[in-house]
Design a protein around this ligand. Structure first.
Ligand SMILES: [Zn+2]
Ligand SMILES: [Zn+2]
Length: 485
């Protein structure tokens, strides 16, 4: 998706989400996808979940001025433009996913992780067992807890102290490089553990992955046996294999204080299943050429294989339009389903206790060198940092005079008549007119004659280019003003 940036001025110019090939693909094929889903996809990726429709409907409105916007104006030269609202949908919206990922990276690196060494862990399950996690998301949600238990058990045994506690941020990922279903767990874990007094104990440097692997294997087998998904005979059979298919990787270590490394890893853990950067092309017929993250060819599962049998090695795949939608929606979490977990010293409870302790100190300074973050300070700069990291420009810089742009009004989605009038007045209604997602929004009938302030300045050339990411900041500014922050 293009983000237009004026290289001469470094001024941020909002993107055009409705013009992207991916938006067009969803717009054109969603209704057909929904209609054929039961016949064509239920057996492959499970029953239709209500969250699919909700995600698509919201995504198709993301960045669309017709569904509400903020008016932003420069107080110095009166330069003005509109900023549409964002959808905040997971997986399906590249813009909102990217924003979420960057915010998560900042949150983990500055608000969660302490200045101690960390390791990235990755736990995987054999192909033979993945199918159970595809159809039973309750089992999928158990995997981070099992992975965390392997950490806690091994660490405590090595340190010889049952009272020590590590800290970990865990993420459920369900996708492989070419969008196929591949449930696994990523985690950022302290490379040691804390005593009750807050002292950090380091782990031996020559520790391998073997102790974790055996515990992980046993835990996953127990989970599936307990849920009645597999029989003991299968466990015996798989244990006799030379390679069971389970794996635990802990090869990436970050030294204490490597905030950038933590941020990069956290972003990697929370990234969206698909990336527009790897979407090579969408043909006029809707066929999608999608490439893998790495150039090394991989054995991609055969799409029709129910047991994920590997096909020929490749680092790209060409999807039919409906197949591409199916590959994406299977990774959308259910409403309220958390893919990120915080455990041990990094649990919400432990962080809350430490924050309270810091607040209670007379000068507000941390009571120990490992105690840390003040999340409140993150709020002040999170949006500016977000946009800076995404686009490397200052989004509030007036492109005309260099002043600071300010919000002057919110036009909410339920003000359909007002929205239409404003956009028509500015000659933007036809520009925004696109085939609407279903069910179509019902225009609101005003009870009285609506009015809106006239513009005092000529609209910029890019007035129709909208940026959903602006809204976060604008609402935050309004909230800050209300709270006197
Ligand atoms: Zn969005
Ligand atoms: Zn200006």
């Amino acid at each position: 998706m293009a983000c237009l940036i004026s290289k001469s001025t470094g001024v941020y110019r909002p993107r055009q989400p409705l013009e992207s090939d991916f938006h067009r693909l969803v717009r054109q094929h969603w209704d057909e996808f929904r209609a054929v889903y039961a016949d064509r996809y239920t057996r492959k990726i499970g029953h239709w979940r209500p969250v699919y429709d909700k995600a698509a409907r919201h995504f198709l409105k993301c960045g669309d001025l017709k569904y509400g916007f903020a008016r932003v104006r420069c107080p110095d030269c009166r330069h003005e433009f509109f900023v549409a609202f964002s959808c905040k949908q997971r997986c399906i919206c590249p813009s909102c996913s990217q924003k979420r990922t960057i915010l998560f990276g900042l949150h983990v690196s500055e608000g969660v992780c302490l200045d101690v060494p960390h390791r990235q862990f990755v736990w995987t399950v054999p192909k033979r067992l993945r199918i159970f996690f595809r159809y039973h998301r309750d089992l999928l949600r158990e995997l981070p807890r099992l992975a965390w238990q392997t950490i806690q058990t091994v660490y405590r045994a090595l340190l010889g102290d049952e009272a020590t506690i590590p800290g970990g941020v865990f993420a459920i990922q369900t996708f492989g490089q070419l969008l196929h279903f591949h449930p696994h767990i990523h985690a950022l874990v302290t490379d040691g553990a804390f005593t009750p007094s807050g002292r950090f104990l380091h782990l031996p440097v020559n520790l391998g992955h073997e102790p974790f692997l055996k515990l992980w294997e046993n835990a996953v087998f127990s989970l599936l046996l307990g849920a009645g998904r597999i029989e003991p005979a299968l466990v015996s059979q798989m244990r006799s294999w030379r390679h069971s298919g389970f794996s635990v990787d802990r090869s990436v270590r970050l030294r204490a204080g490597d905030r950038n490394g933590i941020q990069r890893l956290a972003e990697y853990m929370a990234r969206s299943p698909f990336s527009l950067a790897r979407l090579v092309k969408i043909t006029p017929t809707g066929h999608v050429v999608y490439r893998a993250e790495k150039h090394t060819p991989q054995r991609f599962p055969i799409p029709t294989s129910e047991v994920l049998a590997p096909g020929p090695a490749r680092n790209f795949h060409i999807f039919k339009p409906l197949d591409f939608l199916a590959q994406i929606v299977q990774h959308i979490p259910d409403k309220g389903e958390h893919l990120i977990r915080y455990y041990g010293h990094y649990s919400n409870k432990a962080r809350g206790i430490r924050a309270k302790r810091i607040a209670e100190t007379a000068d507000g300074s941390p009571s120990s060198k490992h105690a840390k973050p003040n999340p409140a300070r993150l709020d002040h700069r999170r949006w500016a940092m977000l946009i800076q990291q995404m686009y490397h420009v200052d989004p509030l810089l007036c492109p005309k005079c260099g002043g600071t742009m300010k919000i002057i009004a919110f036009i909410e989605a339920n003000q359909g008549n007002v929205i239409r009038k404003i956009l028509q007045h500015c000659g933007l209604w036809d520009f925004c007119e696109k085939p609407a997602p279903r069910p179509p929004p019902k225009p609101q009938t005003p009870r009285r004659k609506e009015s809106f302030p006239l513009f005092h300045a000529a609209l910029p050339e890019n007035a129709g280019q909208v940026d959903p990411d602006f809204l976060e900041h604008l609402r935050y500014v309004r909230f800050s003003q209300l709270c006197g922050m």
